[in-house]
Design a protein around this ligand. Sequence first.
Ligand SMILES: C[S@@+](CC[C@H](N)C(=O)[O-])C[C@H]1O[C@@H](n2cnc3c(N)ncnc32)[C@H](O)[C@@H]1O
Length: 404
Amino acid sequence: MIISYENKKSEEDILAQTVNAKLKTVFGGKTGNKLIQGDNLPILKTLLDEYTGKVDLIYIDPPFATNGHFKIGEDRASTISSSGDDDIAYSDTLIGADFLEFLRERLFFLRELLSENGSIYLHIDYKVGHYVKLIMDEVFGRKNFRNDITRIKCNPKNFNRKAYGNVKDLILFYSKSENPTWNNPRVQYTVEDEARLFKKVDKDGRSYTTIPLHAPGETANGNTGREWKGIKPPKGRHWRSEPALLEEWDKTGLIEWSSNGVPRKKIFLDEKDGKKMQDIWEFKDPQYPNYPTEKNLDLLKLILNASSNEGDLVLDCFCGSGTTLLAAQELNRKWIGIDQSDQAIKTVKKRLDSIPANLFSKVEFEMLEQVEKDLAKEKSIQSEKLFESREKINFSLHPSQVMQ
Ligand SMILES: C[S@@+](CC[C@H](N)C(=O)[O-])C[C@H]1O[C@@H](n2cnc3c(N)ncnc32)[C@H](O)[C@@H]1O
């Protein structure tokens, strides 16, 4: 399934015709970390020279086609309420097909930068997320789609709208290949989980449960399909382990026999490191953000811990206040952050500076700037003026623009 809309460029044209950005170092040396100010499209193209296939993890939280301006004041950054005196942190005025194409162009470059074991997480809202999913399928391949994570972002709302309150947005998770870095994050059992899942207690007072000693699938020739202690695994199943190991488990008391002679494996609560993380996450955004639409730092740490390792390179090309970069810094990953907004860059620097010196040595990074930045800025001022004179329109794609 491919989404179609007017002025959709070919992948080849995007990759070939996008111009490189000229970058100049403003301060800092080559430490592996980079903060770059400018339009991310030409900058991503420039990064290809050094980083093709070298980025281990990408998280992006682009504008959501809200057709609005996000403001920042002296002592407050807000998404909902703002004062007339506040500066615009960034504008989110591209809507409909223009927004999708803006994102799609950047995604092709991000795919080229990603390493073979790399992953990308794209944060988006429920109004455009389903269109963006089609674009992600197109760029990264449906087979590399891993999750559509529901992120609970705020407390329940009581708006007058004739609809259910919206407390979630979504994170689309794709890998570059079939074998992404994956550290299988676990969640602690709750007291209720422990009582429900580990009901039995052994003579030493250890809580445990039991699971079948066999698993689905028949073994054609191997030992796990053979009789053990005179019992064959049930039809369509095989023993979980080789008979020699089953024997050892039995000797050390790890197998429980039912009154009618069925063996089951004991699983002890104190040996489990929690339960598998599922795809509904609650990470509310900060109540007093440094920057509008700033995301939860723990959310980013979870993503980085799950899909990257120490020393890996993490990229966020819509880095805003730098939440991804902070998480990367604190978790000993290298990072590249890109944003075009003066306010964003100012906030990133402030946040990096505030990392306690006793926890980590001073954060070192190279600050770069797109040389044509003033031109890009001029263009964005012009489009803001155009926006001011236009009526607010909601995101919409005419059904005829969506092809199956
Ligand atoms: C939703 S905010 C990101 C917030 C961020 N995740 C955080 O935790 O602070 C989106 C950011 O994308 C930036 N942005 C939008 N278009 C851009 C472009 N073409 N190049 C670089 N940055 C851009 C905006 O300036 C804004 O800071």
